[in-house]
Structures are given as C-alpha cells and as structure tokens.
Write a protein that binds this ligand. Structure first.
Ligand code: AMP
Length: 583
C-alpha cells in the first residue's frame, strides 16, 4: 500500500488540508470546519491554542497570540508569544501539526508526507523555511508547489489540451494574480504579480473606519482606544462585509458597545452594498492593474486567456466578479470553493506523486443563470426588460442571492416581477419561468426599495421572494425544477420565437382542441411580435415609426377584442413590416 500524502494550503489567514479519496480531492475537517485560522496563541493557563480559539483571543491578548506568520517566513527573526519567542518556522509547524493530526484522526492512520503550497513569489529562503516547518511538524515535504499552480490543477485536472489560466487570488491579507499554463504534461506559472498587503482585511478596515466615524458624529464618542469595543466592531464589520456579498443591505448591531457611557451606547447602523462598494473600489482597481501587469509579464494579452479562476475568500465579493468579467470579457470560474481549491490542488499533486489517478473536483452547480428584469439602459436607451442576473451559472448550490431594486414612479403601489433563466442582457430573449405581483406598496415617492431574494436548493427548487424594505411586506413563489424545466421550457420559448418569424398556416382539419391551442399560439406570437416592434420603435425612422405605431395599435386592438381573424391579419402585416425593417 502506498503512503498517504496530504495536500496542505498553508495560508496567511487560513489553512486547509485535503486528500484524494476515490480519485477525488476531499477537504478534511479540523475542529468541525474545513478552514483552520492560521493563528497560534497561549491561553490564560499557558495551554497552546491553534486555530479558531487563538483567533478569538487575538484582539484581546495580542501579546500571547501570533497571526499572519506566513509573512515572516524566511526572515531571521523571533516572534514573542507569552514569555518565550519562536521562529516563524516553529509557529508554522504548530499549524501544520494541527492539520496533520486532524488528517490522522479522520483517515485513521498516521500521516508522514505532505505537499505544501506557497505563493509563486516566495523566494528560496521562504520555500526552505516552509520545508523546515514541515519537518518540525513531523512531515516530510515531498513537494512544494505554487498556489496558482494548485488552483489551476483543481480546475484543469481532466484537461488534455494546454490552457492559459489567470488565477486571481485575494485572501484576507494578500493578493496574487498569476498566469498559469496548465494541462498536458507541465503546469507552470508564466508570470505573477500582486500585493503582499492587500486583502479582505483592508475591506474590513474601510467598514471599521466608517463605523468609527459614525460613532464620532452621531454619538459623539471615539471607540478607537477601547480594545474590547474595537474587537467587537472588527468582528461585526467582517460579518457585515460577508453578508453584503449576498444581500444588498447589512445591519451592524452591537448592543452595549460602550457600556460605561451614560447612556450606554448601542450601535445600530445599516450599510448598503452600493456604499460599501464605493469604499473598496480603489482596492479593486489596484488588483485589476496587477492583472494587466501579470499579463504583460507573461507577454500575453486578455485575448490569450482561456479561463479566469477565483481563489481566496475575498473573491466572493460580487463587485470583484463583475469587474473581472467586465475587464476580461468572461465569467470567472468560482464553482470550487475559493477557500479550498488550493488545498484540493495540493491533494491532486500529492496523489499524482503517489501514483494514484485523480478526477476533477465534483461540485453541485447550477448550469443556468437566473434573474429578473428591470428598467435599465440598453444600447444607450432606456429599456424596460433589461435582464438582471442574481444567480449566475456555474455557481455552487445551494445558493441564496439578493439584490435591491427601486420603484420608478411616485406612489407606485405595485410591482410586477418576472423571473427568467438565460444569459441574454435582453430579458425577453431568455426563458420566463415565473411571474408574480407585489401589491399594496407604501404611498411614497419613487425610489421605494424592493429587495429580491433568489434561493436555489439542491433539488432545483428556486424560491423567489420580493420584500418592500421599509415595511417588510413580502410575497414569494417557489418554482419547482427550475433547473430541469428549462429543457422543455427552452424548447417552447424557441418554438414561440420561431413562430413569430414563420407565418405558417394551421393544418387543415384541426380539431377544436387544436384550434384552441392555435388561438393561444397566435396570441403568444402577437405578444412576442409586439415586444419586438416596441423595441424597433427606438431605431426606426419617423415614417417607419408611424407605420409601426399604427400596426402595433391594430394588433393590440384585435388582441383586446379577441378578434381572431383580425389578429391574424394585423399580425401578418406587422410581421411584414418588421421583416422589412430588419432586413
Ligand atoms: P482566505 O485568506 O482566502 O481564507 O480569505 C479570507 C478573507 O476572505 C477574509 O478577509 C474574509 O473576511 C473574506 N471572506 C470570506 N468570505 C467572504 C464573503 N462571502 N464575501 C467577502 N469576503 C469574504
């Protein structure tokens, strides 16, 4: 039997361990989680703490806690913890030891070998320090591999053709962007660029600054010097930041934040995603510049990139995904948990070295994009049916995403909600899979916020909820088989679209039922044609516009009057005009 080799992602903020089981990478649990915070500390009584417990005490007892030790690897320094000082290798070894023990507990056998990942920019000294840490932990480090290489391996393990992959890795405290050539026999990093001091912690810092300023102006108090209060604010801000990745608003609430004040200060502050995004935009710009620098370093252009792969917890920030898609013209891949894919890649490398066969990471994803429609801008014009995706294709499921929308007119008392599946920016070109109306909205000026929430579960049930933010008035629907119904619905929609183009006569001798279906078909076709005609209005010449408006009205009148013959005639005339305008 071959020795087990574990794969370890020894991160600045968090670390993970994985192995290959039944040919597939599997993350192992440490203290009930797949993620072990890379923090080491000593408790009150001198007991060693590694992971979450050490992280929890860090803000209160920094003198007996150490975090971000990875930043010090390769340096000739000692780091104080309690009464003793330790080398960075020794502290890293404590983290590795915890991972090794967790692996042994779960695998039921001793583990002596590991593949450990390091950033592509790590120097020889830093790599050697990592090996030494492994040895101190009782692990033979059979290979050190670059983190972006590991991420590429996790995604491309089955690929036979070489592919060029951009790995965008934004963790808690570091950012790296690498261009990797993967597949075939060799996987190599062509170029790498980044910032060793940029990450999700900086996003937290922006929110913390915002909260402190709020307390200064609204409550006339400055908590900056109060450790306990700042620790609570820091934790609450990170929680709010994570919530804002899936929801348009988050509330930071800390009761008795400053209990000694008279009266005691309770913090309650709402942050919108839009305001938060404005705070972090500068950081994201910086990462995008680094993407271009890395591409330049590899002597490639955006057009040479086959895939963009997201790594690191902070890449769950929707603005990052949007900006990358905008810049690179492709949807970044995030189906493998961005916290875990480096460890999964390390496990794949470990298995390859042990001579085992491996397959790609299997995750449940939605193959379709789901969203709603709203008035927006398309081609420089206002258009009422812009598609607004909420759940993007290839997202791991189950998943919940929400987004805020606003009413268009003063006193608007209802909104019609349409739910679509598809990719087209024009919602009408996608498949409508559900529809409902929210009535009884407050009588307030335009801008009343309606929060839409999409929840897609493992059974493919999509629950869509619309909530009036100011009152909590809510309405929802559940769409069964949201993922499988598309096949037939998509066909129906395609048929309808074709029907609108081809003016075929019903077959002779059609039955009453057929006639009824035919009538329905004509109506669907007429409505599709109307939508199309309305869109063409914007670009039509004055003369054509007049003809279009006449025919649109004719179709509308015959539809309203349920005049089947008249409808057929007016639809044919409108069809002809559209054909003429489009050709
Ligand atoms: P890593 O070092 O890769 O574990 O990334 C940790 C960073 O990702 C921390 O700053 C986390 O707060 C951040 N993070 C984790 N989950 C999310 C999320 N859903 N949205 C935004 N940031 C997140």
């Amino acid at each position: 039997m071959t020795d087990i080799i574990i794969g370890i992602d020894l991160g600045t903020t968090n670390s993970e361990v994985a192995v290959i089981r039944d040919g597939r990478p599997q993350l192992l649990e440490v203290d009930g989680s797949h993620i072990l915070p890379s923090v080491v500390g000593l408790a009150d009584d001198g007991t060693l703490l590694v992971g979450q417990a050490a992280r929890n005490q860090y803000v209160l007892y920094p003198e007996r806690s150490i975090r971000s030790v990875k930043r010090r690897m390769g340096e000739d320094v000692t780091l104080p913890m309690g009464d003793t000082s330790y080398s960075p290798q020794e502290i890293s070894a404590l983290i590795l030891k915890r991972l090794k023990r967790a692996a042994e507990e779960q695998l039921g056998e001793s583990v002596g070998k590991a593949v450990i990942t390091v950033p592509a920019y790590f120097s020889d000294a830093q790599r050697q320090a990592t090996r030494d840490a492994g040895e101190l932990a009782g692990l033979e480090v059979v290979r050190i591999i670059n983190e972006p290489t590991a991420a590429a391996l996790a995604y491309e393990v089955d690929a036979t053709e070489p592919r060029t992959i951009l790995v965008y890795d934004l963790g808690g405290g570091t950012f790296d962007c690498s261009v990797v050539r993967a597949g075939g026999d060799v996987t190599e990093v062509l170029a790498s660029h980044g910032n060793n001091h940029l990450g999700g912690d900086d996003f937290d810092a922006k929110l913390i600054e915002h909260v402190v300023n709020y307390l200064k102006t609204e409550h006339d108090c400055d908590p900056s010097a109060e450790r306990r209060a700042m620790a609570r604010i820091t934790r609450a801000c990170e929680t709010a930041k994570i919530a804002l990745s899936d929801a348009p608003y988050a509330r930071i609430e800390e009761e008795y934040l400053l209990p000694d004040r008279d009266p005691p200060i309770n913090l309650s502050l709402e942050i919108s995603r839009i305001d938060y995004e404005a705070m972090i935009e500068g950081y994201i710009d910086e990462t995008l510049e680094a993407v271009h620098t890395a591409l330049k370093g590899a002597e490639l252009t955006v057009a040479d990139i086959d895939e963009v792969v997201l790594v690191g917890g902070a890449t769950r920030t929707p603005l990052i995904q949007e900006r990358l898609e905008e810049t690179l013209g492709m949807q970044p891949r995030a189906e493998i948990d961005p916290d875990l894919c480096v460890a999964a890649g390390a496990a794949i490398q470990a298995a390859v070295m042990a001579g085992e066969t491996t397959h790609s990471v299997l995750v449940d994803i939605t193959p379709y994009t789901f969203g709603t429609s709203a008035v927006g801008e398309m081609g420089g014009m206002f258009y009422p049916h812009c598609f607004i995706p909420l759940i993007r294709k290839n997202s791991p499921i189950p998943i919940t995403k929400s987004k805020g929308f606003t009413t268009m007119v003063d006193g608007q008392d209802a909104v019609d909600i349409h739910i679509y599946q598809g990719e087209d920016p024009d919602a009408l070109n996608n498949t409508e899979i559900g529809e409902f109306k929210v009535e009884g909205l407050s009588d307030v000026p335009a801008g009343n916020v309606i929060v839409m929430r999409f929840e897609l579960d493992l059974d493919g049930i999509l629950k869509v909820t619309a909530t009036e933010k100011r009152t909590g008035l809510e309405k929802h629907i559940a769409i069964d088989n949201a993922m499988t119904r598309f096949e037939s619905q998509g066909l129906d929609a395609a048929k309808q679209r074709l029907a609108a183009l081809i003016d075929d006569e019903p077959a002779e001798g059609a039955s009453a039922a057929d006639a009824e279906t035919e009538e329905h078909r004509q109506q669907v076709k007429a409505k599709a044609l109307l939508e199309k005609a309305e869109r063409l209005l914007a670009s039509a010449s004055a003369e054509d516009k007049e003809d279009l408006i006449d025919l649109i009205e004719a179709v509308r009148d015959t539809l309203a009057a349920d005049d089947q013959d008249g409808l057929e005639r007016s639809v044919a005339a409108l069809s002809d005009l559209i054909y003429y305008l489009e050709s």
